[in-house]
Write a protein that binds this ligand. Sequence first.
Ligand SMILES: *[C@@H]1O[C@H](CO)[C@@H](O)[C@H](O)[C@H]1NC(C)=O
Ligand SMILES: *[C@@H]1O[C@H](CO)[C@@H](O)[C@H](O)[C@H]1NC(C)=O
Ligand SMILES: *[C@@H]1O[C@H](CO)[C@@H](O)[C@H](O)[C@H]1NC(C)=O
Ligand SMILES: *[C@@H]1O[C@H](CO)[C@@H](O)[C@H](O)[C@H]1NC(C)=O
Ligand SMILES: *[C@@H]1O[C@H](CO)[C@@H](O)[C@H](O)[C@H]1NC(C)=O
Ligand SMILES: *[C@@H]1O[C@H](CO)[C@@H](O)[C@H](O)[C@H]1NC(C)=O
Length: 492
Amino acid sequence: MFKFIVFLFIPCVFGDATLSNRTFPDGFSFGTATAAYQIEGAWNEDGKGEQLWDWYTHTYPDKIDLGYNGDVACDSYHKWQEDIQILKDLGVQHYRLSISWSRILPNGTVNNINQKGIDYYINVLKTLKENNIEPMVTLYHWDLPIILHQMGGWTNPITAEYFAEYSRIAFKYFGEYVKTWITLNEPQSTCWGGYDSGSKAPGYTLAGLGLYECAYVHVLAHAKAYHIYDNEFRAQQKGRISIVIDSPWAEAASNSSEDVEAAQTEREFVLGLYANPIYLGNWPQVVIDNVATRSELEGFAQSRLPQFTQEQIDYINGTADFFGLNTYGTNLISHLNKPNENIGVPNYGLDKGTSSSVDPSWPSDVPWVHQVPWGFRKLLKYVYEQYNHPEIIVTENGWADKTGTLTDIDRQSYITQYLSALLDAYYEDGVNVTGYTVWSLLDNFEWTNGYTQKLGLVQVDFEDANRTRTPKDSYYWFQNVIKTKCLVEECL
Ligand SMILES: *[C@@H]1O[C@H](CO)[C@@H](O)[C@H](O)[C@H]1NC(C)=O
Ligand SMILES: *[C@@H]1O[C@H](CO)[C@@H](O)[C@H](O)[C@H]1NC(C)=O
Ligand SMILES: *[C@@H]1O[C@H](CO)[C@@H](O)[C@H](O)[C@H]1NC(C)=O
Ligand SMILES: *[C@@H]1O[C@H](CO)[C@@H](O)[C@H](O)[C@H]1NC(C)=O
Ligand SMILES: *[C@@H]1O[C@H](CO)[C@@H](O)[C@H](O)[C@H]1NC(C)=O
Ligand SMILES: *[C@@H]1O[C@H](CO)[C@@H](O)[C@H](O)[C@H]1NC(C)=O
């Protein structure tokens, strides 16, 4: 196995000689991304309601590295004008940001609208437009109003109804300024981290149950918001709407038929669980089959995977105007021997029948980011072919380090290699990828990693009450890529 890995990796280690010298296509959109809770701060100001991560960080500081929280974060609630100036100087075509649900609906529900929250986002969106930066707006980036969490959160289908009502308010107030909407951010991370492994808020370990319920409620919520936009707003506002799905590339650990099949099963359980209902209709067949088989062996009265009615399948199928893709690495996938003999407690990993590892030689500074550009190219091609040739926008990609250094050569190396892989996917593989978004504009509150992992093109001094921003080397490097539309000295 080690030989195989070395063989695969060698073509990528020659540095600049392997970089694409193609020019980014006309209309290609460069951007950066942030999310409300990770940058805004002002957690209880101007009428904002409490949300899941306020509660989680305040109640369980022990679950966050060094006990940090997002009460102040980058203080972008007050420093948004400075942030927009930084974006303008960078030269991006788009900026992906999220709206805090409980800042505009403090109770999560439309009976209580907070005008100060509405005003904040109108100011931000208007100013972005005035500076020719296209806002790409995520409605939900993990900050669930606390009341909805208390009612069961993403395991209760009522959350889909309340999300739909919230989305209608957002379209109504902000639609004039927004041409690209994203309903939900990374359901895979929410459902796995929040409801199965317990590594993200709300930290539940409802093994083999919660994740599927969470996936079900997410795709329903997404579809409802899509139809509201489609039926009530699209004709007038002329925008587009989709969801952001996150996945590493799943590479078979060997060429054995078992491992090749295991890698495809992994893709269906991680990416397909969310993408299949929306782009092709219904859950992936292998997910339906594996969970049903194991549920029966375990003595459940029905499959642990909720079933869609035919009406729901039709309602959800086709509810996306493009494919929003977040990705940070690659995993090597092996098959498990006879998983159906390990019948005991319900388990998502056993439902998949796969195990996952990484090659220790892949550059990495934190466990969830690995520099594997060929995996990115394969993922782009896979998504394009598997889901009927959608337009793809890379809505997040970037490098995490622990130092936060201004001379961030590793970040430039990672992003250069990934952009080169993207050009190869576009020109060599014919993948219609039209945009790329660096996570993140600013160093920010990285969820349970607090402020210990840095992903910004711009450093933020979290020790300083002023939260002083300082562009890193990667900021100036990316500025030049955007200007020249080229990764090397001279492009074709
Ligand atoms: C697996 O197959 C690929 C494509 O045919 C080949 O390049 C690679 O060397 C094979 N790996 C192993 C370990 O046999
Ligand atoms: C919103 O929630 C707060 C806190 O639970 C409560 O005091 C208030 O009455 C609620 N307001 C509305 C309009 O539902
Ligand atoms: C989803 O929609 C497409 C296009 O209309 C259709 O071909 C496909 O059969 C639908 N999928 C399901 C499972 O109904
Ligand atoms: C790529 O997507 C854009 C936006 O949907 C579309 O206008 C264009 O025709 C697509 N190109 C190809 C080659 O499919
Ligand atoms: C706060 O930051 C702004 C913008 O970076 C700067 O102009 C100002 O001087 C800073 N104030 C203090 C007290 O450091
Ligand atoms: C671009 O790369 C191709 C393939 O490596 C090479 O043949 C060509 O000379 C390069 N062109 C420029 C302008 O560097």
